[in-house]
Ligand binder design. Structure first.
Ligand code: SF4
Length: 345
């Protein structure tokens, strides 16, 4: 099924009870932040919404209005209702299909669930980041894994689609702790997850900790390994991983925006390349084959570039590791997304 069209409105840091140690939304998304933030919230919202409604009508593609960049459910109730009151008529006439937003797990209680029930909410993304209490404390997130469980339950009770965002490599995180985070996330049965390895962004508390050597980000190699482990487990649990790594926004790529950390503009692709490498290794470990022959690797047509890797890195690796003289990668139109067939010919 094709992904729904998203019509985003960035409510940068709106509703956030405080600035999280790693967060600087202005370096993550381009936009006229200063001009927009100078205007009253409702005026900004109304202007953006009208522009998006016009775009949706022009294109004829209905989709979700997405409220990102802040803590939507912690916006003062009156304002929150006024914003949703403005969206609802557009949904009623089919310009948009509904609303999605991201929020903090400790801002998703019963009261807000009841309030949201009157509006066309479709998807709620919880900025969980970690499900290990020592990591949450070290990262000063201000909630525990119990809050996360309750928030996930509230989203489920509301009948909304549940998304969970995780940030491997936060202060106090380790590969083992992140593996626990993944296990607990799977227990929550979200509809989808996003993985954003922690970066040290300019203007953040984390950047100060980094300069004082009080925080060390994980390396790109570590981030790929941790996320490949997580990807494997989510795939097996039938939970969609819709994004890995921050979007390569010009604001993020501006000189000085990223102080340190495992950033790569094609991070998700690199994780999947690594994942295919491991899949084929796993299949070969269970195969009887004779050295010096050709390895045939069949995957879904649309997964060919991931299975091959940049500059066909994976075939080169398989030849070296397993002693093949050649590797043939073949795309199959009928294969499912993660289907793999490995043969020695
Ligand atoms: S991480 Fe989320 S809650 Fe924290 S400051 Fe950023 S937008 Fe607000």
């Amino acid at each position: 099924m094709a992904a729904k069209r998203i019509y985003p409105i960035f409510l940068t840091h709106v509703g956030c009870p405080f600035r999280c140690v790693y967060c600087n939304q202005n370096t993550v998304v381009s936009g006229p932040h200063d001009r927009m933030m100078a205007a009253p919230l409702l005026d900004r919202f109304t202007t953006d919404l009208a522009a998006l409604a016009a775009e949706a009508m022009r294109s004829g593609l209905a989709g979700q209005v997405a409220l990102y960049g802040g803590t939507f459910t912690a916006v003062p109730r009156e304002q929150l209702q006024l914003m949703l009151d403005k969206v609802s008529p557009h949904v009623a006439v089919g310009v948009f299909t509904g609303v999605r937003f991201s929020t903090r797990p400790d801002c998703m209680g019963k009261d807000i669930r009841r309030l949201l029930a009157d509006y066309p909410i479709e998807t709620i993304e919880l900025g969980v980041q970690a499900l290990h209490d020592e990591v949450l404390v070290a990262s000063r997130r201000g909630y525990t894994s119990l809050h996360v469980r309750r928030a996930a339950e509230a989203v489920r009770r509301g009948g909304w689609e549940l998304g969970i965002q995780l940030m491997p490599g936060l202060p106090g995180d380790t590969r083992e702790r992140f593996a626990e985070t993944v296990s607990r996330t799977i227990e929550l049965r979200p509809d989808f997850v996003r993985l954003y390895p922690t970066l040290v962004l300019t203007g953040t508390v984390l950047a100060q900790w980094y300069s004082k050597k009080a925080y060390r980000p994980i390396t790109l190699e570590e981030a790929i390994g941790w996320c490949a482990d997580a990807y494997e487990r989510f795939v097996r649990a039938d939970i969609k991983v819709v994004r890995m790594g921050l979007h390569a926004d010009p604001a993020l790529q501006a000189p000085g925006a990223i102080v340190a950390g495992p950033y790569h503009p094609a991070f998700g692709y690199l994780v999947k390349v690594h994942w295919w490498r491991r899949q084929v290794d796993g299949a070969l470990a269970n195969e009887q084959f004779t050295d010096g022959k050709t390895l045939l690797v069949k995957v879904a047509q649309r997964r060919l570039s991931e299975a091959g890797g940049p500059q066909r890195a994976n075939p080169g690796y398989w030849m070296k590791r397993w002693g093949f003289t050649a590797v043939r990668l073949a795309g199959e139109a009928t294969f499912a997304d993660h289907q793999l067939e490995v043969r020695c010919i």
